[in-house]
Design a protein around this ligand. Sequence first.
Ligand code: MF3
Ligand code: CO
Length: 253
Amino acid sequence: MARRSSEEIAKIDRACQVVRQILRELDERVAEGVSTAELDAYAERRARQMEARPAFKGYMGYPASLCTSINEEIVHGIPGERRLRSGDMISLDFGVLLDGYYGDGAITCPVGEVSAEDDRLSRVTLECLRLAVEEVQPGRRISDIGHAVEQHATAAGFSVVREFVGHAIGTRLHEEPQVPNFGAPGRGPRIEEGMVLAIEPMITAGNSGVRVLEDGWTAVTRDGSRAAHWELVVAAMKNGPLVLGGPDGSAKL
Ligand code: MF3
Ligand code: CO
C-alpha cells in the first residue's frame, strides 16, 4: 500500500484537476439530443489539449475514453450513438494519466427534467461521497469509509452496489487497497498518512443486484432501478482529508 510524498500528491492533484475540469465541461454539454459518443470525443480531445492521456481507453480492453452510464446502467457504460432524452440520468466517469500519475472522477447529471426521486438518488449519493471523504484520515480504517456510505444510503432507503469498489490510485489507475462502499466499521487496513484513495459510491434506488450486459462492460441493476455514481480522489493528510483536483465546492465537483 503506497504512501505518497507531497511531490507525488501534487502530481495526482494536477491529474485530478484535469479530470474535474473536463467533467464540469461535460456537465454543461449534457442535454437532450446529445449522443454519448459526442461526450466521449469531447473528453478525449480536451484531455489531449491539456497534455493528458485518457486513462480508460485500452484499459483491460475498454474501448472508449469516458464511461457513460444512463438510468439503470450503474458504471462502465460504453459511449455510442444513443442520444440523451429528457428525464435520463447519466453518470460520467473519466480518468487521465498526466506526468506519470493518474486522476479519476465521476459525476451524475440529470438530462432536462428528472423525477424528484432521481434527484434525491443523485443527491444522497453525493452526500455519501462527502461523508466518506471525512473518513480519509490517518488512524481510521478502510472499512470506516464504506460504513459511512452504507449507513447514509440505506437510511435514505437506497441500496449500495457491492460488485464495484473504490481503490487507491497513483502510478496505476487501480492500486491496493480496494475501498468497498459497505461493511462494518473498524475493519481492514488502517489508513496511513499519504495514502491516496478514489472513493466512488454507486447507489441504486432499488435492490443491489448487478448484471453485466453482452458488451462485457455495461453494469446494470438487475431490477431495472436507477443508479447514481459520484467519485473523488482524496489524500489522507496529517490534518485530515485533502480532496485532490480542488475543493468539492459545487454540485458538479
Ligand atoms: N472509472 C473506473 C474507476 O473509477 C474505472 C473504469 S474501468 C475502464 O475505477 F475500464 F472503464 F476504464
Ligand atoms: Co475509480
